[in-house]
Design a protein around this ligand. Structure first.
Ligand code: ZN
Length: 164
């Protein structure tokens, strides 16, 4: 099968996991998990969520890079897949491929749904996007900071990233 066909196949496949791949999780159940981590570990609980997002982000990027032909296609597939999986609506607002920095926003970020916080709260997604872009840029670590968060009253979650 030609690369193009594989790529188109991914774009058109329904984003439902087979029984051997995954399961569904309610937004409120994810918040319960997060609440427990923070209740027991405090801010370390948030660090755990951030760290837990990094490897899934890297894996996701490797899977996409195996079929996409260009950097643009990799990002396009990320946006489409996360939208289909109901993680939220990602928009790459700015990306400088030379300095490896930019800004990503996410409407309806799953981590902000059913959440109410003071300040940014999407630690798992922050780790996930950081992991994804680390792989994308071939860097040890892309730093990702959440600038504003829907759980804190913003219209969407906004992340800025760069290399340390
Ligand atoms: Zn957020």
């Amino acid at each position: 099968m030609a690369l193009r066909q594989v790529f188109e196949g991914i774009l058109h496949e329904p984003e439902v996991f087979s029984k051997d791949e995954g399961f569904e999780f309610r937004f409120e159940t994810f918040q319960d998990l997060k609440t427990s981590l923070v209740r027991i570990f405090g801010t370390a609980g948030r660090a755990i969520l951030y760290d837990a997002g990094i490897e899934p982000g890297r894996r996701s990027c490797r899977r996409i890079m195996a079929v996409a032909r260009t950097k643009e296609e990799v990002l396009r597939l990320l946006v489409v897949k996360k939208n289909r999986q109901n993680w939220g609506d990602l928009v790459i607002d700015e990306m400088d491929l030379k300095t490896k920095s930019g800004r990503i926003s996410m409407s309806n970020c799953f981590e902000a749904r059913e959440a109410d916080s003071r300040g940014p709260s999407c630690d798992f997604i922050r780790g996930y996007l950081g992991g994804f872009l680390s792989e994308f840029f071939g860097e040890e670590k892309v730093m990702m900071r959440e600038e504003s968060c829907k759980a804190d009253g913003a219209s969407k979650c906004t992340f800025v990233f760069g290399i340390v």
